[in-house]
Design a binder for this molecule. Structure first.
Ligand code: AMP
Ligand code: GLY
Length: 422
């Protein structure tokens, strides 16, 4: 079969890498892809939001199925556009993708279905929002309603930070229209985990648990990023907590949407805050996590295309999830300045040497070729991912591999997975 993967980051590289091992796959295309992806798939320079061009590609190349990585095309209705043309595609339709694309939709849905989440209020008026923050005090969390590339959430420790954040979102509109409404919510304390499932709207197929590291610096300090590293499994997600997550969060969400006449197909990702026996939803995403997908794909034994076909054909109940009984750690190497502004085009050295290592795979995020050289082309550049018997040895292996890689301004966290080792 021929498969198209839409996107060009570390998550898409991990998806393409996993698909490349499928006995069902003859050829993989990726739009737009990156330098690493181009070594195992045919990259096509089409934007993830150019649905007409993507559909033309699918028709022209006789592509059987499309898998969407990022949230933006899903929020813009890529699934609706493909299905209108009778093309197979994996992901939720636009109406269902609102679970991620509108924080207000997600919070109101959770309230209606009694899904545990932080207490909140919605504001369209700047002055009312300001008044509410003053009344509630800090710490407090301010969220732009719409998509903001993972940066639209401000966890304010002081009132000054809260007012500053509110101003940026609502007055200066740093995230554009995404900031015309805000959710202001209670700040939850605990440990975060990511829980992702595939679903065909009926059957739920859980993926291995994982944990992201959102903040840019060690010890969870500095601003939020798209994610600076991840590991799988997440020991905080015990068997007992896992069944609580499924019963109290995942099932009520998928079946609650169904009760509201919204069929949810594809991946549902719940970002969770866990404190003792309480588990709250911080956010929903309508797609796989990045970088969580990198360690999760390294541990998956199933054929990923088989899962995707079962989602599409609504036959997911025929698949049994299978995981390697080991652990994986992914450390993200970022450009100087990320998550703020950064330069591109820095020469990346050492990648050829890493290809010789067993159980280490470098997933590319923001990379490109300049002639035959790899150069940086984004904020998050590489995700060095290692597989070993336990988290501790996987972590050691990933950091050992990083010693071989260099680009100007490269920075990364030194404490990825330490939480799992405490
Ligand atoms: P979100 O995009 O909603 O997941 O927010 C991004 C990050 O902000 C989360 O991964 C958390 O680290 C943090 N966050 C979001 N909501 C809250 C909350 N209510 N309390 C504490 N931290 C939060
Ligand atoms: N790593 C968090 C996300 O993918 O949203």
């Amino acid at each position: 079969m021929k498969v198209l993967v839409v996107g060009g980051g570390g998550r898409e590289h991990a998806i393409v890498w996993k698909l490349s091992q499928s006995r069902l796959v003859d050829k993989i295309y990726c739009a737009p892809g990156n330098a690493g992806i181009s070594e195992i798939a045919e990259c096509v320079s089409i934007s993830v939001n150019d649905f007409d061009a993507l559909i033309d590609l699918v028709k022209h190349e006789w592509i059987d199925i499309t898998i969407v990585g990022p949230e933006e095309p899903l929020a813009n209705g890529i699934v609706d556009a493909f299905e209108k043309e009778g093309r197979k595609i994996i992901g939720p339709a636009k109406i269902a993708a609102q679970i991620e694309s509108s924080k207000v939709f997600a919070k109101e849905f959770m309230r209606r279905h009694r899904i545990p989440t932080a207490e909140y209020k919605v504001f369209t008026s700047y002055s009312h929002a300001e008044e509410y923050i003053r009344m509630k005090g800090a710490p407090i969390v301010i969220k732009a309603d719409g998509l903001a590339a993972g940066k639209g959430v401000i966890v304010a420790d002081t009132l000054d930070q809260a007012f500053e954040g509110l101003k940026l979102i609502m007055k200066e509109r740093v995230f554009g229209d995404a900031g015309s409404r805000v959710v202001i919510e209670e700040c939850l304390i605990g440990e975060e985990a990511s829980y992702m499932v595939f679903t065909d709207g009926e059957t739920i197929l859980p993926l291995a648990s994982s944990q992201d590291h959102k903040r840019v610096f060690d010890n969870d300090t500095g601003p939020n990023t798209g994610g600076m590293g991840a590991y799988s499994p997440a020991p905080i997600v015990t068997k007992q907590r896992e069944s609580q997550i499924l019963e109290k969060i995942i099932k009520p969400t998928i079946y609650g949407l169904k009760a509201e006449k919204i069929k949810y197909k594809g991946v549902l990702y719940a970002g969770l805050m866990i404190k003792d026996e309480n588990i709250y939803v911080l956010e929903f995403n309508c797609r796989l996590g990045d970088p969580e997908t990198q360690p999760v794909m390294m541990r998956m034994t199933n054929d990923l295309l088989e899962i995707c076909l079962a989602v599409s054909n609504e036959k997911l109940s025929t698949i049994k999830p299978q995981w390697q009984d080991n652990a994986s750690v992914c450390v993200v190497l970022a450009s100087a300045g990320y998550p703020g502004s950064y330069e591109k085009g820095k020469l990346i050295k050492g990648l050829e040497e890493i290809k010789k290592l067993d159980n280490v795979y470098v997933f590319h995020a923001g990379t490109a070729f300049l002639g035959t050289d790899y150069v940086t082309n984004g904020g998050r550049v590489l995700g060095v991912t290692a597989l070993a018997k336990e988290i501790k040895s996987a972590k050691e292996l990933a950091y050992k591999a990083i010693e071989k890689i260099h680009f100007e301004g490269m920075h990364y966290r030194r404490d990825i997975a330490d939480k799992a080792l405490r």
